[in-house]
Design a binder for this molecule. Structure first.
Ligand SMILES: O=c1ccn([C@H]2C[C@H](O)[C@@H](COP(=O)(O)O)O2)c(=O)[nH]1
Length: 497
């Protein structure tokens, strides 16, 4: 315990995520869940609370919170706020309440790591390096209240503050942290294209790409992330009912999705402490229903290149918590409706699958509305997301590694070898290697290359069609080398199909 001032108050010492916490001088920690912590802090007197902080995730957030509480034994009260839909979806605060009420058991995490598992229907972990005795002491030493609104927080914090100068429960306890460090392969930093049939398949490819070649750098949130800049994901065939793998390796399930889709499609009133909802930005923030605007725009001018919706308000620079999803474009080409979304910042492990599925639902909504109100019966085209900062936070690296080792090879082996850059027919003719490039559909010849030097041919082909898929070009190189050997030795060459 530290005495902060002549008023005999306490100083909270945040060991983990210090920049994410608002510290005061009292004995009550306020856990605001997904509610903006500043909107709670401004209603309280710093002398009455020890610390105010968010809790987003039951698997990632409870451990650092508990470590901080163990390091600050003067904290004797918790007020736990669950005010938003996100709290219900994520379950972090409920899981913390279950830890306090029901305790924990030794177990293994999804990734096979030894961990304390909270006795709850929601999966929640506490680092195994923290001793069971310390966790028990903490459980026995804290009084807590669950609340649903900011005004209830204020009442309980004031009530707890009346019981001033409760004894600390013991000496501060600090436990070691085990870090995992990834190895990074070289690769381009800006601009990446990843394609898959479904959101689930594309997600695994995205995580693999970031995990193998992303740059590791500090985040604004007291940790590190691995990041690629400008990552374009193209999802070609997500089915209307959405594809969830079995067993489901995605971080969301169908019931979560049902709760999430209205956050994109439906308007919502402004609520203190809730940052924004995408539906609110689209339907009413700019005093226009932008979803209706683009539906009407396209019905009037089906090939318009101005089907734009904006979620970014220039005033967003002035406050924190600005929307991650910024622009949405819808476009009709060849009777199919594609939707492209830009996200300034995207947590590709925890948030992208929900973002992508929500956007797909918006795409479907726009297609269906156009079909209902006009004669255009459009196909669903691809969904494209462009994530400026496509990142994975360090506290999920282990999960990502596990997922990649379980799923990536299967997905890659399952791919078809269709290359939109076409096919290549190789022959040896008149003392030359002859390569004909054909379209991948009807097989029409679109270009011819000839020569004796296989490396020069590969380079010419790549220069002309730089988007050829990497394994296709590898195959071409091997075939051209075989053709070259046949030419040199005077043997007959037949292309391996
Ligand atoms: O729909 C969303 C909302 C949030 N985030 C992630 C991106 C960042 O990791 C974090 C937001 O942090 P700031 O960029 O606002 O600091 O949440 C998403 O990926 N998608």
């Amino acid at each position: 315990m530290t005495l902060a001032s002549s008023n005999y108050q306490f100083t909270y010492t945040p060991h983990y995520k210090p920049n994410q916490l608002i510290c005061g001088y009292g004995q009550t920690a306020v856990i605001t869940g997904w509610t903006v912590k500043q909107s709670v802090a401004k209603q309280l007197n710093p002398e009455d609370y020890a610390v105010i902080g968010n809790l987003y995730s039951p698997t990632r957030g409870i451990s650092p919170l508990i470590r901080n509480l163990l390091a600050n034994p003067h904290v004797r009260f918790l007020v736990i706020l669950q005010a938003t839909k996100e709290d219900k979806n994520a379950g972090g605060c409920q899981c913390l309440l279950d830890f306090l009420a029901n305790g924990f058991t030794k177990g293994t995490s999804d990734t096979g790591r030894d961990t304390w598992v909270i006795n709850s229907t929601i999966t929640g972990y506490i680092d195994i390096e923290i001793t069971a005795d310390a966790l028990e002491t903490l459980r026995q030493s804290l009084d807590y209240k669950e609340v649903k609104s900011i005004s209830e927080v204020v009442n309980y914090v004031k009530e707890f503050a009346k019981e001033t100068h409760k004894q600390t429960w013991g000496e501060p306890l600090i436990f070691p942290i085990v870090e995992t460090t990834p190895t990074v392969l070289p690769g381009p930093r800006y601009g990446h294209r990843i394609e898959g049939k479904t959101i689930a398949e594309t997600w695994v490819k995205i995580l693999h790409r970031i995990k193998t070649t992303g740059t590791i750098r500090p985040t604004g949130y007291d940790g590190k992330w691995q990041e690629l800049i400008d990552l374009t994901a193209v999802i070609t065939n997500e089915p209307p009912e959405f594809y969830f793998p079995d067993p489901n390796y995605l971080p969301i399930d169908r019931s979560f999705l049902q709760e999430y889709i209205p956050q994109i499609l439906d308007d919502a009133p402004y609520t203190e402490g809730v940052k924004y909802t995408y539906g609110q930005r689209l339907r009413s923030w700019f005093k226009r229903d932008q979803i209706e605007q683009v539906i009407n725009k396209l019905i009037g001018e089906i090939d318009a290149a101005s089907g734009v919706m904006s979620l970014w308000d220039v005033n967003d620079h002035d406050k924190g918590g600005s929307p991650c999803l910024n622009h949405i474009w819808v476009r009709v080409v060849d009777n199919e409706l594609s939707l492209t979304a830009t996200l300034r910042s995207n947590d590709m492990f925890a948030a992208w699958p929900a973002n992508a599925m929500g956007l797909r639902a918006l795409q479907q909504h726009i297609r269906d509305a156009i079909a209902k109100r006009s004669d255009y019966n459009l196909q669903m085209g691809p969904l494209i997301t462009i994530s400026q900062s496509a990142h994975i936070y360090d506290d999920t690296w282990e999960n990502v590694d596990k997922l990649i080792s379980n799923q990536y090879a299967k997905i890659i082996n399952n791919r078809d070898y269709f290359d939109p850059s076409g096919n290549f027919l190789i022959e040896v003719e008149d003392g030359q290697i002859m390569v004909k490039q054909t379209t991948s559909g009807s097989g029409e010849i679109v270009a011819c290359y000839s020569g004796k030097n296989p490396l020069k041919l590969v380079r010419d082909i790549c220069a002309a069609s730089p988007a050829i898929q990497p394994d296709h070009i590898g195959y071409l190189g091997m075939e051209l080398q075989k053709a070259y050997q046949s030419l040199k030795l005077g043997n007959r060459y037949t292309q391996d199909q």
